[in-house]
Design a protein around this ligand. Structure first.
Ligand SMILES: [Zn+2]
Length: 436
């Protein structure tokens, strides 16, 4: 790869003002490109970028007038990748549970800037963030949009909505004197009225979507990772209220009954889906519900659970059982024709390793080009952002990544993204970060 002038590079370095990049005209000469609509490679193209968006796409490697050329010889260009399940403001650590007592939102926010940068440099130009504390991901989203921090576009649920003692009750496992009784504002509901208020609070907070925890979870300080934790009426109150505000709803679910209620209650996606039965797969298809599998999380927790002390004892048996099951369910759901979007549950494993999910998806039986579609066009569809992201086409944001070689033949090269452009700004070139 070669940069003809320093313009694009300088633009990336000149934070926080991105104005230089948005005015520049840049041409990316790609040896090959991934057409997310067809799932096929296109042969050489040149992508003309202007004003942060794709202006034109020309066949072959051309040098459009007035454009700074970036030579991506030997590279395949793809739409910027999308991870539909992240927690970008925290990260796994054996100290994680203890830190929950000591750290404040500002601590998580500052750490989040590092995680965001790592995620972007791994080629993920957009993430859907499904749960934080203190609305830190909302502040991070805004700081990235305003150019203060390098990171992906964030669509965030803010704080997840749970029921008392449920996965995402922020006081699980805490000393009584430290807990209080969290309510809808803190994301804990116990009635239809609470459920409506919790959604309206998130709208007020500036969330882009809603996340609920419809069953128990692996890493929460609680015994059961599968039990249903909402009534259908509570879920319906959440989805109907969310619809009023134009917010989609994602449902964390491991157990089958909680999944069934979430689908019947009208959620847009099921996250993890570990113990999804054949009947529930059929229900997903009937309702058009998406599945976001998060194989990376399953693999990581199953492995770390073998290390004594990494997780609290109450968490270990859940991690050992649930982790390996997700891959088997994913393989079955794919064959059954359930709609699948790419998501990893980053923070459960270290941020920046998001692309390993592709390898796990292909290992479980999904063709590489379909896995790439899951992280581009399909993810954009679930986000309802198909006009702006997920495609290499005129009018879309100039969110473009490139890998050295053919990712359809060798999916593992997705773990070594060589070039990253977001909104027309180059953040990584020749495998080296160019942003501060
Ligand atoms: Zn999660």
């Amino acid at each position: 790869m070669r940069l003809s002038t320093a313009t694009a590079l300088c633009a990336a370095l000149c934070l926080p003002s991105f104005a230089v990049a948005e005015d520049a005209r840049v041409a990316l000469q790609c040896a090959d490109a991934f057409d997310a609509s067809t799932g096929k490679l296109t042969a050489a193209i040149t992508i003309v970028v202007e004003g942060g968006r794709i202006k034109a796409i020309e066949a072959g490697r051309t040098s459009p007038a007035g454009a700074t050329v970036i030579d991506l010889a030997g590279h395949t260009c793809l739409p910027g990748l999308v991870d539909m399940h992240t927690h970008i403001t925290s990260e796994t650590s054996p100290r994680g549970y203890e830190e929950g007592f000591r750290l404040n939102p500002a601590d998580y926010a500052l750490r989040g800037t590092t995680y965001a940068r790592r995620t972007l440099l791994a080629g993920f130009t957009t993430v859907r963030n499904l749960g934080d504390a203190g609305n830190v991901s909302i502040a991070l989203r805004n700081a990235i949009d305003q150019g203060y921090v390098a990171g992906p576009r964030i669509f965030t649920a803010g704080k997840s909505i749970a029921t008392t003692g449920g996965h995402a009750d922020p006081t699980n496992g805490r000393n009584w004197e430290l807990t209080g009784d969290p309510g809808p504002k803190e994301g804990v509901v116990n009635s239809v009225d609470d459920a409506r208020k919790a959604v309206r609070q998130r709208y007020k907070d500036g969330a882009d979507l809603i996340k609920i925890t419809s069953t128990g979870g692996v890493l929460s300080y609680a015994k059961n990772g599968q039990n249903p934790q909402f009534t259908i009426e509570e879920i319906q109150a959440i989805t109907s209220t969310a619809k009023d505000y134009g917010l989609r709803v994602a449902a964390h679910a491991h157990g089958d009954e909680g999944m069934r209620r979430a689908i019947l209650g009208g959620v847009d996606s099921i996250e993890h889906g570990t113990y999804m039965s054949d009947a529930t797969m059929a229900l997903m298809k009937k309702h058009g519900t998406w599945y976001v599998p998060t194989l990376s999380a399953g693999a990581f927790v199953a492995d770390k659970a073998k290390t004594p002390g990494y997780y609290p004892e109450i968490v270990r048996p859940k991690a050992l059982a649930i982790g390996p099951q997700i891959s088997a369910t994913f393989a079955k759901a794919y064959k059954a024709g359930v709609k699948i979007a790419f998501g990893t549950d980053s923070s459960v494993y270290p941020h920046g390793g998001n692309a390993h999910e592709f390898v796990l998806m292909v290992d479980a039986g999904m063709p590489a080009n379909v896995a790439l579609q899951a992280a581009t066009v399909r993810a954009a569809e679930l986000l309802d952002q198909g006009d702006d992201i997920g495609h290499l086409r005129p009018g879309a944001y100039a969110d473009i990544v490139a890998v050295a070689g053919d990712p359809v033949r060798d999916i593992a090269i997705m773990e070594k993204v060589a070039f990253v452009m977001k909104n027309g700004v180059v953040y990584k070139q020749g495998g080296i970060a160019t942003a501060p």
